[in-house]
Design a protein around this ligand. Structure first.
Ligand code: ATP
Length: 270
């Protein structure tokens, strides 16, 4: 058990979170609760606050505090976290992270190894043992990127870099994966393999929080959907009710129709 946390402690409990930038609310009084094991897809139009929500969970952004001092964001039941400790429980894949890693010019294998230390680079104080190295190599192989191990991450193509980031997010076997458009830049075969891997991880107990514009990436294990618009909660609930033509049409302001095959959904513009 982690710091008094048991399986009933919510993974995420957000109470009226407001994030301001330049006088504008990127998140506006957003309240949300996600249980451990409640695999969730987060949908919304461009600029609706999805990445801001991910950064709030990662502790890259902070919300306004409540006047009465009640917690705004609790993760695994705790309001205060040592950021490194928190990040060791989460695996994150996002474009922001990719940009930051490119600036390090590390070898891909070292980028993956940095996932063990919740750091951007490997430093002298990071002791990498043989077991970690074996797991890092295995994580790269799992996403079809073993051949990239020695490459400078800044020289990788979009899809190659994405695979390395996914390997880094998985290497320390986090309790939850925070995936912000993780399939961006992946070719169809790699995307399919990655989605199969997500399904396996979900079944093994890793909670998935998936931000996506592509309904067909919502794997069958994800049962919960959160819809954001203008930084606020537009709708939330079981996938079967929300991945419907009328609900998606009202979210994206465009007529959409939805097909449902073998546990997967597919949404098309009308
Ligand atoms: N640092 C910042 N300063 C000012 N505005 C910002 C900043 N970061 C984000 N925004 C704005 O906040 C809003 C929400 O951005 P966010 O990246 O969370 O949207 P998103 O739902 O992830 O969009 P997309 O689907 O395009 O990735 C956008 O209008 C964006 O322009």
């Amino acid at each position: 058990m982690l710091g008094g946390m048991d399986a009933t402690t919510p993974l995420l409990a957000i109470d009226r979170a407001t994030v301001l930038r330049d006088g504008r609310a990127l998140l506006d009084q957003l309240s949300l609760q996600i249980a451990q094991g409640q695999h969730t897809a987060i949908l919304g139009p461009n600029g609706s606050g999805k990445s801001t929500l991910v950064k709030l969970v990662e502790r890259r952004l902070y919300p306004l505090v409540h006047d009465d001092g009640t917690p705004v964001v609790r993760i695994f039941g705790r309001e205060r976290w040592n950021v490194a400790e928190l990040r060791s429980l989460l695996g994150v894949v996002s474009s922001d992270l990719r940009r930051e890693f490119e600036a390090t010019h590390e070898r891909a294998i070292d980028t993956v190894l940095s996932g063990f230390f919740a750091s951007m680079t490997l430093g002298l104080d990071h002791v990498v043992d043989g077991g970690m190295r074996t797991r890092a190599v295995a994580a790269l192989a799992r996403v079809g990127a073993a051949h990239l191990a020695e490459r400078d991450v800044s020289t990788l193509s979009t899809g190659e870099a994405r695979r390395v980031l996914i390997a880094r997010a998985l290497v320390h076997q986090p309790r939850a994966l925070l995936l912000d458009e993780p399939c961006a830049g992946l070719d169809p075969g790699t995307r399919r393999r990655f989605l199969d891997l997500l399904r396996q991880l979900a079944r093994e107990g890793t909670t998935l929080l998936l931000v996506t514009h592509h309904v067909e990436e919502i794997v069958p294990e994800i049962g919960h959907v959160v819809m954001l618009r203008d930084g606020a909660l537009h709708a939330e609930g079981p996938k079967a009710g929300l991945l419907a033509g009328d609900r998606l049409s009202s979210l994206f302001d465009w007529e959409m129709e939805v097909a449902h095959v073998d546990g997967f959904y597919d949404a098309r513009l009308r």
